[in-house]
Design a protein around this ligand. Structure first.
Ligand code: GLU
Length: 445
C-alpha cells in the first residue's frame, strides 16, 4: 500500500493491537480502495478514513445469569455503535464462544458498507456475547437473554440502534430479548429489534432473506456471464439460517446443493440436500449435521472435514469468518468451481481472495452478496414505523430489486474505477463513498 495509507494503517494497528479480525477487515477495505483514497483529496483533508475506522462508541458489559443448577455464570456483552452517518446503527447480535471485541468490531466495520450498499437509511453496528447457546435449556437461554437486555436496553431504540440476529441468535433469542426490552421500556416499541416473530411485528421473508438474497445475487453474477443457476451443482458450508435458506432457494432455481457442515464436520449428499430434513435436524432438534447424514441413504459425513474438495460449479461459504483459506480455493479450482459468493461475513482469508481472483473464479464479498438479510431488516423497520405488514411476495419483490441494485452498483463502480468485474473493489468503494460523502456534508463529528 501507498506510504500515506500505510501510516494510517499502522496507527490503527497501534490503537487496536490485539484485534486480528478487525485489522484484517480494515486492511482489505484500505487495499481495495487505494486508488480512490489517493485521488480524493477532500476525503483526506476531512480525515474520512481515520474517522471511519474508529467506532463512534464501544459498549462492553458484564452479563451475570443463573443456570438450571442455580450456578452463577458470567459472560461478556458487546455493542459496537460503529457509524450512524446514514441512519440508526443497525446490525446483528452474535452469541458464540469465539466472540471477542475483535470479532464484533470487524463485523460492525463490514456492516457500515454493507448497509450503505442496500440503499436504505441505516448506519452500521454489531454486538453479541461469548455466551454459547449450544446445549443450554430454553430457560437458560431466556435468563441469559434477559440479563443481556438489562444492560443493552439503555443503549438501543428504534431511532438509535436496532439489533437483530446473527450466529447463535435466531427467533427464540430475539423473542426473549424483545420481551425483556418491552418490560424495561414499558412500551411496545416494535422497531427496536428486527427478526421478530411474524405475529408481533416481524416481517414475512426476514427468516429466508439472507440465504434467498445470496442466491439471487449469485444468479445475477451468472447472468452477467451469460449463464444461470439451472442445473448447477453447488457446495454450501454451514447449516444455520443462511445456509438453510440458500439451499432452499438453490433447489427452487433448479440447482443442486450437495453439502452442509458444522463445527464438527462436513456432509456430502450426492442426491442433493433434503431441506426439510435439514430444518428438522437443525431448527427443531437443534442437532448436528452428522444426524442429517445418518438419516440419508447416500450421504457421507467427514468428522472434522471441509466441503471445499467436492466437485461442483459454484461455492457458497455460509458458516463463519476465515473458513476458506488459499488451499481450499485451490481445491475448489481443481473441483471445477467458477463462482464464489460469500453468505457468511468474511469467510475467505486474504490469501483465499487472492487465489480466487488470480484463478479467474468470479468472487463476490459478503458485504454485497449477503446484504439481503439486513436489507429485509430495514423493510421490517419500515413496516413497523408504518404499522403495516406486507405480504411475502411484496417483501420478496423488494428484496429482489435491492439485490439487483447492489449487484449493478458494485459492477458499475468497479468499472468506473478501472477494475471491471471486481466485485470486491466495486462493493467496498460504492459503500465507502456513500458514507464518506454523507460524512463530508455532516461536518466534523
Ligand atoms: N447479522 C446479519 C448481517 O450480518 C443481519 C443484521 C441485521 O439484520 O440487522 O448482516
Amino acid at each position: 500500500m501507498d506510504a500515506q495509507l500505510e501510516r494510517v494503517y499502522e496507527e490503527a494497528l497501534k490503537r487496536n493491537p490485539t484485534q486480528p479480525e478487525f485489522q484484517q477487515a480494515v486492511r482489505e477495505v484500505m487495499e481495495s480502495l487505494e486508488p480512490l483514497l489517493l485521488e480524493r483529496k477532500d476525503y483526506q483533508e476531512a480525515a474520512i478514513l481515520e474517522r471511519i475506522i474508529e467506532p463512534e462508541r464501544q459498549i462492553m458489559f458484564r452479563v451475570a445469569w443463573q443456570d438450571d443448577n442455580n450456578k452463577v455464570r458470567v459472560n461478556r456483552g458487546y455493542r459496537i455503535q460503529f457509524n450512524s452517518t446514514l441512519g440508526p446503527y443497525k446490525g446483528g447480535l452474535r452469541f458464540h464462544p469465539s466472540v471477542t471485541l475483535s470479532i464484533i468490531k470487524f463485523l460492525g466495520f463490514e456492516q457500515i458498507f454493507k448497509n450503505a450498499l442496500t440503499g436504505q437509511g441505516i448506519g452500521g453496528g454489531k454486538g453479541g456475547s461469548d455466551f454459547d447457546p449450544h446445549g443450554k435449556s430454553d430457560n437458560e437461554v431466556m435468563r441469559f437473554c434477559q440479563a443481556f437486555m438489562n444492560e443493552l436496553s439503555s443503549h438501543i431504540g428504534a431511532d438509535i440502534d436496532v439489533p437483530a440476529g446473527d450466529i447463535g441468535v435466531g427467533a427464540r433469542e430475539i423473542g426473549y430479548m424483545f420481551g425483556q426490552y418491552k418490560r424495561l421500556a414499558r412500551r411496545n416499541e416494535a422497531g427496536v429489534l428486527t427478526g421478530k416473530g411474524v405475529g408481533w411485528g416481524g416481517s414475512l421473508g426476514r427468516t429466508e432473506a439472507t440465504g434467498y438474497g445470496l442466491v439471487m445475487f449469485a444468479n445475477e453474477m451468472l447472468a452477467e456471464v451469460g449463464d444461470s443457476l439451472e442445473g448447477k451443482t453447488a457446495i454450501v458450508s454451514g447449516s444455520g439460517n443462511v445456509a438453510t435458506y440458500a439451499i432452499e432457494k438453490l433447489l427452487a432455481q433448479g440447482a443442486k446443493p450437495v453439502s452442509i457442515s458444522d463445527s464438527s464436520g462436513a456432509v456430502y449428499d450426492p442426491d442433493g440436500i433434503d431441506v426439510a430434513l435439514l430444518k428438522e435436524v437443525k431448527e427443531v432438534r437443534r442437532g448436528r449435521v452428522s444426524e442429517y447424514a445418518e438419516a440419508r441413504p447416500n450421504a457421507v459425513y467427514h468428522a472434522g472435514g471441509k466441503v471445499w474438495g467436492i466437485d461442483a460449479d459454484i461455492a457458497l461459504p455460509c458458516a463463519t469468518q476465515n473458513e476458506v483459506d488459499a488451499n481450499d480455493v485451490r481445491a475448489m479450482e481443481m473441483g471445477g468451481i467458477r463462482l464464489i459468493a460469500e453468505g457468511a461475513n468474511m469467510p475467505l482469508t486474504p490469501g483465499a481472495i487472492e487465489v480466487a481472483q488470480d484463478s479467474g473464479i468470479i468472487y463476490a464479498p459478503g458485504k454485497a452478496a449477503n446484504a439481503g438479510g439486513v436489507a429485509t431488516s430495514a423493510l421490517e423497520m419500515q413496516q413497523n414505523a408504518a404499522l403495516q405488514s406486507w405480504s411475502f411476495d411484496d417483501v420478496m419483490a423488494r428484496l429482489e430489486a435491492i439485490m439487483h441494485n447492489i449487484h449493478k452498483t458494485s459492477l458499475d463502480t468497479a468499472e468506473e474505477l478501472g477494475q471491471p468485474g471486481n466485485y470486491m473493489v466495486g462493493a467496498n468503494a460504492a459503500g465507502f463513498m456513500k458514507v464518506a460523502d454523507a460524512m463530508l456534508q455532516q461536518g466534523v463529528i
